[in-house]
Ligand binder design. Structure first.
Ligand SMILES: *Cc1c(COP(=O)(O)O)cnc(C)c1O
Length: 388
């Protein structure tokens, strides 16, 4: 196991720790692909697609170049066009919204539920207009959105649901795995995700054979047969090296997910034992399903978050702010005309959130270091806190 560079340092994420035990298997696979001479498509990609579909309990999975492309391709495949409106959270990574805007459609930002950080279904319905074509629930930090209500709203208004599962591979809602709840599920293999690759990659899941076929067509230049273009597609494919390595990691994913869940439980317990839940809010699991803990995100109230993060960094504790600026306040989306204060829970979350280390290889001792250091820091900055 890799040693931390500082006696009490804890990284936010150490991918090397999870990859190290698989090193020999990776090298064997890389050598095999190298010698095969097939670098795009082929058996390694097919195998990963089959295994991923099986893991997500969907009928189909189609590889692509990134989670961002998965969202773009999914929206294209369900027929989103210029002038359409798509409802999505503003408290998410940029790619959720850029996929909508890139198609000339309008991102319509919806506020979030304070406890889950996910779309507030009651507010979603109020945003539906005759131009609304789709909803993109983002299962943020590894927990599914309140999909029951969203499915009802979608059925009532004939909307497509494209799930952003970039952070939630293996998560479920009411016994159904994410990616198979809406029309298409979009997954990312970016290295910080729960199934992290060795570069960029993504995959789309669906139970609809026609949509699966359309996704495959669009991800390969809309080309069928060769040099005949049925649609203006993209060049967005998963390569064989990536697929071969990901298939090895996918076999470890259930174990890694359990380790993340165990780490989350241990944090909850440590925060409670130290009486820290008054100083900072720990995440709650408030939907019926599996939470896969891509992030363990606490809230530091009273404008103290940045000071806390700074002091943790000085004491070598890795943290991150997912996300500091809501999408509705990004310069590139100024044309949409949102004012400050228009999505209060989103803006509040951006000011308060702090994600702590939760990767599978994190040790109990490291977790105790994180919690004890955070306790020290919170007590130190407390006198400086403004009352919000
Ligand atoms: C990571 C991420 C994406 C984009 O995935 P890439 O593979 O990096 O393109 C999209 N949505 C969310 C919520 C993400 O976390």
């Amino acid at each position: 196991m890799a040693q931390s560079p500082h006696p009490s340092s804890v990284p936010l994420l150490d991918v090397k720790r999870d990859n190290e035990p698989l090193r020999e298997e990776f090298i064997t696979a890389l050598t095999r692909v190298l010698d095969s001479g097939q670098f795009i498509g082929g058996p390694d990609c097919q195998l990963l697609e089959q295994e991923l579909a099986s893991y997500c309990q969907t009928q189909f999975a189609v590889g692509c170049a990134s989670g961002s492309d998965a969202l773009l391709l999914a929206l294209m495949a369900v027929g989103i066009e210029a002038g359409d409106e798509v409802i999505l959270p503003s408290f998410t990574f940029f790619a959720t919204a850029s996929a909508v805007a890139r198609l000339g459609a309008r991102p319509v930002f919806c506020d979030i539920d304070r406890e889950s950080f996910n779309l507030d279904p009651e507010q979603v319905e109020a945003l539906v207009t005759p131009r609304t074509k789709a909803i993109i629930p983002v299962h943020l930090f590894g927990q599914c959105c309140e999909m029951g209500r969203l499915l009802e709203i979608a059925a009532k208004h004939q909307l497509q649901i494209v799930e952003d599962c970039a952070q939630s591979i293996g998560a479920s809602y009411g016994g159904v795995a994410c990616g198979g709840i809406g029309r298409v599920g979009c997954f990312s293999f970016y290295p910080t995700k729960n199934l992290g690759g060795f570069g960029d990659g993504g995959i789309m899941t669906t139970n609809d054979a026609e949509v699966a076929d359309r996704l495959r067509l669009l991800a390969n230049h809309g080309m069928r047969p060769r040099y005949h273009h049925q649609a203006i597609g993209l060049n967005s494919r998963l390569d064989s090296f990536q697929a071969a390595l990901l298939a090895i990691k996918l076999r470890e994913l259930p174990r890694w997910t359990r380790a993340r869940q165990e780490n989350a439980r241990r944090y909850q317990q440590m925060f409670a034992e130290r009486g820290m839940t008054d100083l900072c809010a720990v995440p709650k699991v408030n939907v019926d399903g599996e939470h896969v803990w891509n992030q363990f995100t606490v809230r530091i109230q009273g404008a103290a978050r940045d000071a806390v993060r700074q002091q943790l960094a000085e004491r070598k504790i890795g943290t991150e702010v997912y996300y500091p600026i809501p999408l509705h306040q990004q310069v590139c989306f100024a044309y949409l005309g949102y004012q400050t204060g228009s999505l209060p829970e989103t803006e509040r979350a951006c000011a308060e959130v702090l994600s702590l280390p939760i990767f599978p290889g994190l040790t109990a001792k490291e977790q105790a270091t994180v919690v004890d250091t955070l306790a020290d820091v919170l007590h130190a900055v407390r006198p400086l806190r403004k009352v919000a």
